[in-house]
Write a protein that binds this ligand. Sequence first.
Ligand code: HEC
Length: 140
Amino acid sequence: MVRFHAMRLRKFNFLMVIVGFIFAAEGCHQPFAQGQALYDANCSRCHGMDGQGFENLYPGILESPYLMTAGSGLACVIVHGSDYLDEKRGGPGDEIPMPENKHLTPVEVLNIINYLSWEFGSRETTTIDQVMRAMEGCKE
Ligand code: HEC
């Protein structure tokens, strides 16, 4: 009886070690893979894979207040581009305008926001409700 228990315990320990490895491996990945793929497809050609921007043509976004504060309108910037930025500052900026991204669904916009916040921003998580509200409030 005692031996039986000891064996079960050893098996259990072995299992826990494996589970531990799985968790450790998971920990290495950032959790917003879809957001990263969408950023790479829709944003990185101007802002760069690392968010640094491109020479004088396209601004870096690493210092952007839109990245640092959750719910500050990043959804509107993504969907409406410079139409939204111009309205916020009361006129066109110096740069080439940023295009709109009306093909993205709210969930896709959310995933980009959460990826950016995780990778470069405050790591605050935005919710789908916040994105829907922001998108309703953006001017067309
Ligand atoms: C064709 C190039 C281009 C693409 C693609 C693009 N942007 Fe931009 N982005 C710009 C330019 C140019 C500006 C500055 C425009 C302005 O100030 O009116 C800008 C501004 C921004 C800003 C505001 C920076 C600040 O604080 O002033 C953010 C945030 C941003 N982009 C994020 C994104 C994200 C996220 C995507 C992908 C969904 C994206 N951009 C796609 C060119 C681009």
